[in-house]
Design a protein around this ligand. Structure first.
Ligand code: AMP
Length: 603
């Protein structure tokens, strides 16, 4: 398609680089073919009234069941194995381009340094865990895993600055579960044997050893899915609770035994208040995932309740904070709850993280956006595509519009019930409806492996997520080293984002279209441009007088002993994401106008 839809007169678009996915010469609405050039198949109407009981909630995913009777080594369950890990011939990450690993730097800060591991088999993992890692298709640890696995194994508290996509879920799950599995029989709470009728489950309190708290429901389900794989045969039972899902079913699940609990904060607090059903008194590990989002100012009280209000014995609990950025609120929690000798690891700024994502920014007049969208869709190969919009209403409208154009699409936003959201995600993941129209709630955390295209029908609003949200959104494609393509419609309203957007394009060596050329900083060669590493938060922290955090490390001054890691030849790519713009606070969806910010329903 054309890379301009009604560009202003004075700014004729002359960007010579046609979108990499464009299928031939530009078309106009008039020239457009009657139907899709690619075979998108028939549209599948989505029936939101369907209540078929066979469809499961994310919280009911199959897990390894153990009622305490097996010996020390839990037997294999071939059927479940297939369900959790897929068929053996599809388990390796085929087609993944791991060549960019050498560019990813990991730095350690603080007094204590960890010697990274370079292979899973050198990580001292239990043979069952090693087998799970192998069956998950993980051949080489990602940079964050190289540090977190030994740090957690050695018993340190931990802060890791890394984003979803860095492999951080496994970075904490593998070592934590590995540490506990040998002791599972001794540590886990009494649990009902499988014959106990459901009505008697209330006699058993859920007493998790591991609590993982994260801000979004979809992310919670995703972490639970990862936990189901790594808990396989460990005798540790994973569960998940999240808002919008059926609480009675979730309570029944945790009543059957709950050693590892993944939770969103609102539902967790609800459950914590039922002390006859739930207690944190056995807790050994607390992981706060996406801590910067969790610490949105409005949630401080709930957060405090989770951190201290669950009967946990403070001295017994190891705390891990995972955060994409490192704002003051996260630092404050770290100061208060983490041991002084905690480990701090940061997945460095990776200029080329998104080098495997081609980015096109196209000028489109606001009123021509739909035309531009359908034109773009016709030019794409049929493949999983996420279309981001900024409001629920636009999501509904675009879903409708595409559906009537014969495109197999579904949509997701915060006015949908949780069941509808899960159904939509399932239809998208399975490929039944390979086009997903979504508001920003899906931009963080969601990991669908083969999303080929991201379309920013609306660019993120500069005041709601801004360039950081842009980076998160485009990161939904090009996952784990796959290549992908992101196309963004730029209108006159997007001017506040222009400067940051231009910098991201330059840094990732993408063409800067004519209408953005004016935002290239003076005297800068776009081909050489590199953003400053975002170390501001660390500097802030060092400037905090009397800050218990101020650990200058061994003698070598600034960022002392920073153990920058860059190794050639190792497999792995696309880990982490640039910490674009360094605006720490928001990350909250992408509400285009404040009435439509999709904020509350993440909980
Ligand atoms: P996360 O950052 O935890 O959301 O992980 C992003 C994706 O990377 C998920 O699909 C993981 O299953 C996958 N992943 C994590 N670690 C590895 C690894 N060492 N090798 C291959 N894939 C991985």
């Amino acid at each position: 398609m054309s890379d301009s839809w009604g560009a202003p007169e004075e700014n004729p678009v002359a960007n010579p680089a046609a979108p990499s996915h464009a299928a031939g010469p530009s078309t106009t609405a008039a020239q457009r073919p009657e139907g899709p050039v690619a075979d998108w198949g028939q549209p599948v109407a989505f029936d939101y009234t369907e209540t078929d009981v066979d469809r499961q909630w994310g919280s009911n995913g199959a897990i390894y069941e153990w009622d305490g009777e097996e010996g020390d080594v839990a037997p294999v369950n071939p059927e479940l194995e297939l369900q959790l890990f897929g068929s053996p011939d599809k388990r390796h990450c085929a087609g993944v381009d791991f060549s960019k690993i050498a560019e990813i730097s990991v730095s350690q800060e603080g007094e204590h340094r960890i010697v990274p591991i370079f292979k899973f088999k050198d990580a001292g993992l239990h043979p069952i865990m090693l087998k799970n890692v192998e069956m998950a298709g993980y051949q080489t640890p990602t940079p964050i895993q190289k540090y977190c696995i030994p740090a957690i194994k050695m018993g340190y508290d931990l802060i890791a600055i890394a984003q979803t996509g860095s492999g951080k879920t496994a970075a904490y799950l593998i070592p934590i579960l590995n540490e506990l599995m040998g002791k599972a029989k001794k540590l886990v709470a009494r649990r009902p044997v499988s014959e106990v009728p459901r009505s008697n489950l209330a006699n058993f309190r859920a007493e998790p050893l591991v609590l993982i708290v994260c801000p979004a429901r979809e992310l919670a389900i995703q972490i639970f899915d990862e936990a189901r794989r790594f808990c396989y045969r460990t005798l540790l039972r994973p569960c998940v609770v999240y808002g919008g899902g059926p609480i009675q079913e979730q309570l029944q699940q945790i009543g059957r035994g709950c050693d590892v609990l993944v939770a969103t904060p609102g539902r967790l607090i609800d459950i914590m208040q039922r002390s006859h059903l739930f207690t944190l008194r056995r807790l050994r590990y607390m992981v706060i995932d996406e801590a910067d989002e969790m610490l949105d100012a409005d949630w401080h009280e709930e957060f405090e309740q989770i951190l201290v209000g669950g009967e946990q014995e403070q001295g017994n609990v190891k705390y891990m904070l995972f955060s994409a950025t490192f704002p003051g609120a996260v630092r404050a929690v770290a100061r208060e709850y983490l041991a002084m000798n905690h480990i701090r690891v940061r997945v460095g700024r990776i200029g080329s993280t998104h080098a495997n994502i081609s980015q096109d920014v196209i000028f489109v007049k606001q009123e021509l956006k739909r035309e531009a969208l359908i034109d773009l869709m016709y030019s794409l190969d049929p493949a999983r595509t996420i279309i981001f919009v900024n409001s629920k209403r636009t999501a509904d409208e675009i879903d409708d519009y595409l559906f009537h154009k014969g495109m197999p699409c579904t949509s997701m936003h915060s006015d949908r019930t949780q069941r509808e959201r899960e159904d939509a995600m399932r239809a998208f993941r399975s490929g039944r409806t390979p086009i997903l129209v979504a508001t920003g709630i899906t931009s963080r955390g969601i990991d669908v492996r083969n999303v080929r295209y991201v379309v920013n029908y609306d660019l993120p609003n500069a005041d709601h997520g801004g360039i950081q949200e842009y980076v998160h959104r485009i990161g939904r494609t090009g996952r784990i080293g796959y290549t992908g393509s992101a196309t963004s419609f730029y209108t006159e309203r997007d001017e506040p984002l222009a400067e940051d957007l231009t910098k991201i394009l330059m840094e990732t060596r993408q063409p800067v279209p004519d209408f953005l050329q004016q935002y290239i900083p003076e005297g800068v060669d776009p081909k050489e441009f590199k953003m400053e590493d975002d170390t501001s938060d660390i500097e802030d922290q060092a400037g905090d007088a009397g800050d218990a955090w101020q650990t200058n490390g061994p003698q070598d001054g600034q960022n002392a002993g920073a153990n920058s890691w860059a190794s050639g030849g190792d497999a792995g790519d696309g880990w982490g994401a640039p910490n674009a713009g360094g605006t720490a606070e928001d990350g909250w969806g992408s509400g285009g106008n404040s009435n439509n910010v999709d904020q509350d329903d993440n909980w």
